[in-house]
Design a protein around this ligand. Structure first.
Ligand SMILES: [Zn+2]
Length: 428
């Protein structure tokens, strides 16, 4: 197989890819952006579209009790071993058209390309259209892949409720024609991790790095873990703003500001040392009580959230140590108390080095510049947890993701799909 052949076959399939994106957009527009609820009618629109496309391209079409879609290019050995490629069919509310969908369309084009170049892989190549990856709907992410791999207790389909309807996951499954009982009765997960040679996900980049550096492809080194404090508070004392001298104050705003400033400094030191490029730190919410605070009062209380992320466990540990240690010091110096409440955390996921090397080799074969980079939560983390070697191929795109303005040039999509197809061919 030659790179020129692959590039030509992909070029030929670009009108099909373009048509799929356009049809998906037209059918799942919500007036602001795109909405495809996990286990909702618009996710089914994507399912139907991809199913029909797989059929028309001669791929084997199957599904599982959780409603995930599988389009398979048969390999020489039909022993159930497969390389899985895919992404998710749902979107966030008022999201964009490409987050998720690009991976499935890219997978379909890559599978069709491999067949067209006359290569029959040793094992099956399966494109998976995954249900309900995004977290807003049922409060947890990766529902479809977890159900397929047996990483979600089945009982949860009766306890997880959709945030806006209050109805259970099982009820929503039934609404779109799935049979929750089939899942409840299932004796083993649909996918046996040991039969999967790898999981590859093509996905638009969700940050600004590739577009700003002029690099078309990112290869995921890891998925950021996090340590978060979603309900933190700092309690000081309300006082007269003009009457109380500095040394008598318990100013909650200044105390929190000092903590955040210190965290920002720690983050910038990590960036400067290039010790861990994947480190991020965000305060998404911070507010005083509007009923108790006033311009003429020393603020007596601040509520805030802390969200520290990294692909390195040691960096998350550094953030955690800093938060607890510095909150204690500031409390003593500024006469306040911090009530950080519950800490939630998630370990980073390391992407498979062997698979990353194959992806890098594929990009090199085509002369496509690529960089290693950290990424955010994807179904690839669930496949990794199940023991399947995985990585994510990130495609340059403008305007980020999870917003209606998501953009992806078809020329960049073509490059991502070339890298994907070549990697798949290399996994024979
Ligand atoms: Zn996504």
């Amino acid at each position: 197989m030659k790179t020129t052949e692959v590039a030509r076959a992909i070029e030929k399939h670009l009108p099909l890819a373009d048509r799929l994106f356009k049809e998906l957009e037209a059918k799942t527009k919500d007036g602001v952006g795109i909405t495809r609820h996990g286990y909702g009618p618009n996710e089914n629109v994507a399912y139907e579209l991809f199913q029909q496309t797989g059929r028309s391209l001669g791929l084997e079409v199957t599904n599982d009790a959780a409603g995930n879609l599988y389009l398979t290019l048969p390999g020489k050995k039909r022993d159930g071993t497969a390389v899985m490629i895919g992404s998710h069919m749902d979107s966030v509310p008022h999201g964009g058209n490409f987050d998720g969908a690009a991976g499935i369309v890219g997978g379909i084009v890559a599978a069709a390309t491999i067949r067209e170049t006359g290569l029959t892989p040793d094992h099956d190549i399966t494109v998976m259209g995954i249900r309900c990856e995004e977290s807003p709907w049922f409060g947890i992410a990766f529902v479809g892949s977890k159900l397929a791999l047996g990483l979600l207790p089945i009982g949860e389909i009766d306890t997880l409720k959709r945030s806006d309807t209050g109805r259970t996951l099982a009820q929503h499954m039934a609404d779109i024609g799935l049979d929750p009982n089939a899942l409840r009765k299932q004796k083993a997960p649909h996918l046996a991790a040991k039969r999967l040679k790898g999981y590859l996900e093509l996905h638009i980049e969700q940050g600004p790095l590739l577009i700003n550096r002029g690099i078309p492809i990112g290869i995921a080194t890891g998925i950021r873990g996090y340590v978060r404090w979603p309900e933190a508070r700092c309690i000081g004392r309300y006082d007269h703003a003009s009457a109380v001298p500095r040394s008598y104050r318990s100013d909650a705003v200044l105390a929190v500001t000092e903590l955040l400033h210190g965290l920002d400094r720690l983050w910038s030191e990590k960036d400067a040392a290039n010790a861990d490029e994947g480190a991020v730190f965000t305060v998404g919410k911070m507010f005083t009580d509007p009923t108790l605070s006033a311009m003429s009062k020393v603020p007596g209380e601040v509520s805030f959230t802390l969200n520290c992320g990294s692909t390195a466990t040691s960096t998350l540990d550094d953030f955690r140590r800093y938060v607890y240690g510095t909150a204690k010091t500031i409390s003593e110096q500024r006469r306040v108390s911090f009530d950080l409440k519950r800490e939630v955390n998630n370990n980073p996921t390391v992407m498979d080095p062997g698979l990353r090397q194959k992806v890098a080799g594929a990009a090199k074969a085509f002369g496509i510049p690529s960089i290693d980079m950290a990424t955010v939560g994807h179904d690839a983390s669930i496949f990794t947890q199940a023991g399947v070697p995985s990585t994510v191929i990130l495609m340059r795109n403008d305007k980020g993701s999870h917003n209606p303005d998501e953009e992806m040039e078809m020329s960049d999509f073509a490059l991502g799909t070339q890298v994907l197809a070549w990697t798949l061919a290399d996994m024979k």
